[in-house]
Design a protein around this ligand. Structure first.
Ligand SMILES: Cc1cc2nc3c(=O)[nH]c(=O)nc-3n(C[C@H](O)[C@H](O)[C@H](O)COP(=O)(O)OP(=O)(O)OC[C@H]3O[C@@H](n4cnc5c(N)ncnc54)[C@H](O)[C@@H]3O)c2cc1C
Length: 468
């Protein structure tokens, strides 16, 4: 049996795991990252629309600050989030977005002078300040008082993931790809690492670590129609639950995104509506103002999704042999805007629907999109119930989002929590508690090849019960 030793084991090579790893490595600790896929193919790459940070650079962002971002986040969470976490988050997000700029993320920038935008179905002219020229721009997203979502056209997650992953490479952090954590090693209320399966050879190894951080993303794929990647099965949450001592939080809080293409469930970003796109029913009627006269298409996601389903149930959906849907109309944005800022959306429409969204309506219906719930942690990112176990990103219930996440607050959470939790893990490792006393017998007992390998992951019970 192979036993690998390290200071910090990060399970997950998406934005959250990579950023936490970089933080701990910079503090001098040895780190290994595990990932099911090459890190740059993690699901974070799929994030399209952007990341919230209250920079207040654009005309429509004027007056924005951390307090306004905090209020939006708390209200958006249906008053369900941890307000201490939300404070920490809004305070750190501007720093995180600037750090990413420094690491090479090509954020869209403000251009001084007049420009045309579509708001509420109308073309209007906005004027950007000369002093703001060249600063990081922001677009409108649902549930926010100000335009706060920083973006790289509609490939934001891709740009962020490449930049953070490059930092991990530069810091010399090894990513063990195609390796799946299938159980946590724990005893006496202390986590000692994980049992890991090599997805190519099937070989089992024990990764013994002084601290372990779960950053395995969401569990969307337990739903029939989801915008999530196929690897988002929630194994990180499952192995934490299987310890029998780590609780999951807010598992009932699951977000449905209003605009996934019908029937495949592939996301078209909220940026479509943020940039002025409208929702229409079978008659071509724009129905959201009937339900939400103030925010209309840009009410928060849970509200828009519910209203869409309500409207379909009232008999206004477009009937097809696959079921019913509504329309997303971005034709009014014009081909030039779509080519420049929504080019991924255009490609998705071309490849999966065979339509040109600058001329045709996009069939959409809400689908599962985001897991607010996950491994319950404290504000420092340490899991409740097991010392030495941390979690961050979508796998965690840090409880920034309560019962509803605002668009753009998730990739922001990955890098902000990565920064904060990475530092907290480094503190833990430097403290006497970070020392590890683990017997070889415990580790060997955890990896009983024939028994573990033959079980489906979700059935691997707390590994400690397998000790001889
Ligand atoms: C289509 C789409 C668009 C989105 N757009 C936006 C947006 O515009 N703005 C926004 O804020 N949010 C957006 N989100 C949400 C956001 O992208 C995710 O919440 C976020 O990227 C999750 O990052 P993460 O690092 O927590 O996890 P992920 O990026 O999902 O990474 C998880 C990692 O864990 C690894 N892993 C999983 N299980 C195991 C295991 N058992 N063992 C070892 N490794 C494992 C995987 O290989 C992967 O490396 C979007 C989501 C989707 C689905």
């Amino acid at each position: 049996m192979r036993i690998v030793h390290t200071d910090l084991l990060v399970i997950g090579g998406g934005l959250a795991g990579l950023r936490a790893a970089v933080g701990a490595r910079r503090r001098g600790h040895e780190v290994i990252i595990l990932s099911l896929v090459p890190a740059k193919r993690s699901h974070s790459a799929a994030a399209q629309g952007g990341m919230q940070a209250s920079l207040a650079n654009t005309a429509k962002g004027e007056g924005d600050n951390e307090d306004v971002h905090f209020e939006d986040t708390v209200r958006g969470s249906d008053w369900g989030c941890d307000q201490e976490v939300a404070r920490l988050f809004v305070h750190t997000a501007p720093q995180a977005v600037r750090e990413l700029a420094n690491w090479g993320v090509p954020w869209n920038r403000v251009r001084a002078g007049a420009r045309e935008v579509v708001m509420d179905g109308q073309r209007v002219s906005l004027s950007e300040r000369a002093e703001a020229h060249g600063l990081i721009a922001a677009r409108d997203f649902g549930g926010t008082k100000k335009w706060r979502t920083c973006y790289v056209s509609d490939g934001t997650g891709h740009a962020m993931l490449y930049a953070v992953s490059d930092q991990a490479v530069a810091a010399g952090i090894p990513v063990h790809e195609r390796m799946e954590a299938i159980a946590l090693i724990h005893e006496g209320g202390r986590c000692h690492g994980a049992v890991v399966r090599n997805l190519v050879t099937g070989e089992l190894s024990a990764y013994v670590a002084r601290a372990t951080c779960v950053a395995t993303g969401g569990f969307g794929r337990i739903y029939r129609v989801s915008s999530n990647a196929l690897i988002n099965e929630g194994i990180g949450a499952a192995i934490a639950l299987e310890t029998g001592v780590v609780p999951l939080g807010n598992m009932e809080a699951v977000q449905f995104h209003p605009t996934t293409i019908f029937p495949a469930g592939i996301l078209v970003t909220e940026g479509c509506r943020g940039d002025g796109g409208l929702l229409r029913d079978a008659r071509g009627h724009r129905f959201m103002p009937d339900y939400e006269p103030e925010k209309k298409e840009l009410a928060s996601r849970d509200v828009v999704s519910r209203r869409m389903e309500e409207h379909i149930r009232a008999g206004h959906g477009v009937k097809t042999r696959f079921g019913e849907h509504l329309w997303l109309d971005i034709t009014l944005l014009g081909a030039a805007h779509i080519d420049a800022r929504l080019r991924e959306v255009k490609e998705i429409c071309q490849h999966f629907l065979g339509i040109d969204p600058s001329r045709e309506l996009i069939p959409v219906r809400p689908a599962q999109h985001y897991s607010m719930g996950g491994i319950r942690t404290d504000v420092r990112g340490e899991a409740v119930g097991l010392r030495g176990l941390f979690a961050c990103g979508e796998a965690a219930c840090w409880d920034l989002h309560g019962f509803n996440r605002l668009g753009g607050n998730s990739v922001a959470e990955t890098v902000v929590a990565g920064m904060i939790v990475g530092e907290n893990i480094a503190d833990f490792l430097a403290s006497p508690e970070g020392d590890l006393q683990v017997s070889t017998a415990l580790v060997r007992g955890c990896v009983v090849p024939n028994r573990l390998a033959s079980m489906p992951c979700c059935q691997v019970r707390a590994v400690s019960v397998l000790r001889p």
